[in-house]
Ligand binder design. Sequence first.
Ligand SMILES: [Zn+2]
Length: 299
Amino acid sequence: MSGVRRDPLTGRRILIAPSRASRPHDVHDAMPRVDCPFCEGCEEATPPETDAVRPGGEPPDSPGWTVRVVPNKFPVIDPADGVHEVAVNTPRHVTDLVELRTDEMASALAMWARRLAVIAEDRRDLYPFCFLNQGAAAGASLQHTHAQIVGLPFAPPRLVAREKAFADGANPVVVDMVDVDHPRFVTAADGLVAWVPEVPPLTGTVRIAARERAPSWDAGSEFGAIAGILLEVLARIDHAFDAPAINLWLNQARPGSDGGYHWHLDVISRLGTLAGLELGTGVIAVAMSPEAAAERLRL
Ligand SMILES: [Zn+2]
């Protein structure tokens, strides 16, 4: 019963993923669970790893890793049709991304980029996308910090429209990017800028991008710098909005292509819930103006 279905009226596609219903949930628990499948030493609780950083060279599916990638045990898409992987960002039971050290964050980001590139290379029929959910309100089921990398068997229309905007020569990131004296500016460091978009995808969005255009993350990206500004943005969000649930996703050119794209990382503070207007029309009502959100984020 799993697979992709297409709405004949709108062309919109959905994923039928009944196995998602049997996922374990620990995200409501106040204390870390002793049987967390993502902690070091619990490698047998996950499917065999597909990638890992192992500074000591230990064999796969044993302790000694710093970032570990496994197939999602409860995939949104059948493995015959696509890819759904989990990148465990640290072997420590860290439940809030903001608690990662900069070197851990940088190592995790480099792994996300590597897995996106692997999907693009091995499965050219798939559309790679990377996201992270943190907190129950953001859709997380397990607390231990992890990102998810999917290879979808179709290109999502919203992301195709974004690709087209870059390919047409207008750079929507550069057009929107602001500098230090602007009311929507949040912070800047090492050639990177964080700001609140003029038209955010959801209330409480902070966008991070490099001033210099690069289409996507690759092995040469400055992950230490990206990790640094991301951790600062997360700390500012926690301070400004009382540690909300977080969604985060990377918009980039399909690895290996360019198309005028300018990668950008969106960090979403889940301050509200999606209601009838949003779900029925796709029109978002933003409870706080981008300028007011940025002002709070700068404090
Ligand atoms: Zn854990």
